[in-house]
Structure formats: structure tokens, C-alpha cells
Design a protein around this ligand. Structure first.
Ligand code: ADP
Ligand code: ADP
Length: 225
């Protein structure tokens, strides 16, 4: 059974069809959602996270309906948004505590999972550091650690490397690849950068609201030659 199932989903803003009859299914692995600005990637993410309901179509996460059982679906989802969403005045651990409590985790579990996630990302030592004092790359890693706190089945990352230097971009990408390999996570990674899509197991190409292709990167490159 797929982890994520999107069936003929559409979303309009007035007359503009931002997501146009999009269907796909994802298993575990690293999936890039590639498309230029305005392709509909952010709108699709807003539908996946239940921020808007689609005008048409259904979305299921592990068989759970986003439309009818949103809290249960969100419990299996981790999200890293384009806009940083850490409280910069609080320590890394305090940010993780807050997120864990929001998700109904107890303190012991939050601390165990925080330590595991920060260790996985090789930043265990920043736990007491105020987020304000972290580099951009480490802030992104903390956001990723936070998204992983609840052990999601699906991780959504919306242009997560925007504003990072090339080395930090590559590091973040390789951590996410490893998580997919080692934990059977399904990642949907929105980007407008071809080189990031080339690192994925599968690429979903979006343009003007439509899903144009869903294939391994090598197959897409072969098509254009
Ligand atoms: P992407 O994330 O790929 O850049 P978006 O989903 O942000 O694409 O945008 C898809 C299209 O929908 C664009 O033409 C954009 O201008 C339009 N759009 C996005 N959000 C809104 C909104 N809230 N109201 C009206 N139009 C919107
Ligand atoms: P992205 O391309 O990543 O979606 P944008 O700068 O296009 O980033 O959009 C940022 C925010 O503004 C999003 O929440 C999007 O829904 C909204 N937005 C985008 N285009 C429009 C638009 N034409 N009218 C109103 N809101 C928009």
C-alpha cells in the first residue's frame, strides 16, 4: 500500500487552476517535486497538510483521509516550511519541547526523541543553544529534527534549502537521503533546482498546475536527449 495517495486533486484561486487534476502515489524513498515558481508546489503542499481542502479529489496518508481525519493524518506527517519557524529566543531543546507538547508527547519521550534526532543530524551539542546563535544550516537541521520528533511516515520539505550555502544544501540533502534509506521514510522535497531533483529516487515534475512526469531522474534525462 502507498504511504501517500493523491487522487485527481484540483485547487483553484478564482479562475486560476493552481493544481490541476493531479494524481500520484508515493512509497518510501526520496521524491523531488520539481517545478518553476508558480508551478503549484506550495499549493499542493497546502492541500497535503490540510490547510485548504481541494476543490476536487482525495488525499490519503497510510489510508487516512486528509479531508475527514486530518488530526490523525497530521500525526504521521512532518513538515519543514520555506519560512523558518523556530522561536529564535528559545534554545533548540525548548523549541523541540514546545513542538512535542503540541503533539501530545510526554516529556521523557520528547527528550529521548530529541536526542535521537539531533544525534542523527550530528548536532546533539546545540541542544542548549538559543536558535538565534545557530548558523542557517544548523537552523534548518533543527527544523528537520523537529519535524522528525514524532517519527512521521511522510516528510514534506518545501524549498528547504533556500538561503543556504552550497555545502549546507548538500549536507541537508544527504541527511534526508540517509533517513529514507535507513528508516523507510517517504520524503516529498519541493524544489526548483534540477541538481536537487537529480539526487532523488523519483522526480515529480510540475508545471502550471499539472503533473507532467513521475519517474527516476535518469529516465527523465534520457527523455530530453
Ligand atoms: P509554486 O510553489 O510552485 O511557486 P504556488 O502554488 O505558490 O506555486 O502558485 C501556483 C499559482 O497559484 C501561481 O500562479 C500563484 O501566483 C497562484 N497562487 C498561489 N497562491 C495564491 C493565492 N493565495 N491566491 C491567488 N493565487 C495564488
Ligand atoms: P512560492 O512560489 O514558494 O509559493 P510565493 O512567493 O509565490 O512562494 O508565495 C508565497 C505565499 O503567497 C504563498 O502562501 C502563496 O499561496 C501566496 N501567493 C502566491 N501567489 C499569490 C497570488 N497571486 N495572490 C495571492 N497570494 C499568492
Amino acid at each position: 500500500a502507498p504511504i501517500l495517495s493523491v487522487q485527481t486533486v484540483s485547487k483553484h484561486y478564482g479562475k486560476l487552476c493552481a493544481v490541476n487534476q493531479v494524481s500520484f502515489q508515493l512509497g518510501s524513498g526520496f521524491h523531488a517535486l520539481l517545478g518553476p515558481n508558480g508551478a503549484g508546489k506550495s499549493t499542493l503542499f497546502q492541500l497535503l497538510t490540510g490547510l485548504f481542502a481541494p476543490d476536487q479529489g482525495e488525499i490519503h496518508l497510510n489510508g487516512i483521509s486528509i479531508r475527514h481525519e486530518l488530526p490523525q493524518a497530521l500525526a504521521q506527517m512532518g513538515v519543514v516550511f520555506q519560512q523558518p519557524a523556530l522561536d529564535l529566543d528559545l534554545s533548540v531543546q525548548a523549541n523541540l519541547d514546545f513542538y512535542g507538547r503540541l503533539h501530545g508527547m510526554n516529556k521523557a519521550n520528547i527528550r529521548t526523541r530529541s536526542h535521537a534526532a539531533l544525534t542523527q543530524l550530528e548536532i546533539a551539542e546545540v541542544s542548549p543553544t538559543p536558535c538565534r546563535h545557530l548558523s542557517g544550516g544548523n537552523r534548518r537541521k533543527v527544523e528537520l529534527a523537529r519535524a522528525l520528533l514524532t517519527e512521521p511516515k511522510l516528510l514534506l520539505m518545501d524549498e528547504a534549502t533556500v538561503g543556504l550555502d552550497p555545502a549546507s544544501r548538500a549536507t541537508l540533502l544527504s541527511y534526508v537521503q540517509r533517513l529514507c534509506r535507513e528508516q523507510g521514510l517517504s520524503v516529498l522535497w519541493a524544489t526548483h533546482l534540477i541538481d536537487e531533483a537529480e539526487a532523488a529516487d523519483q522526480v515529480l515534475v510540475m508545471h502550471k498546475g499539472k503533473l507532467l512526469a513521475h519517474a527516476p531522474p535518469a529516465a527523465l534525462i534520457a527523455q530530453t536527449q
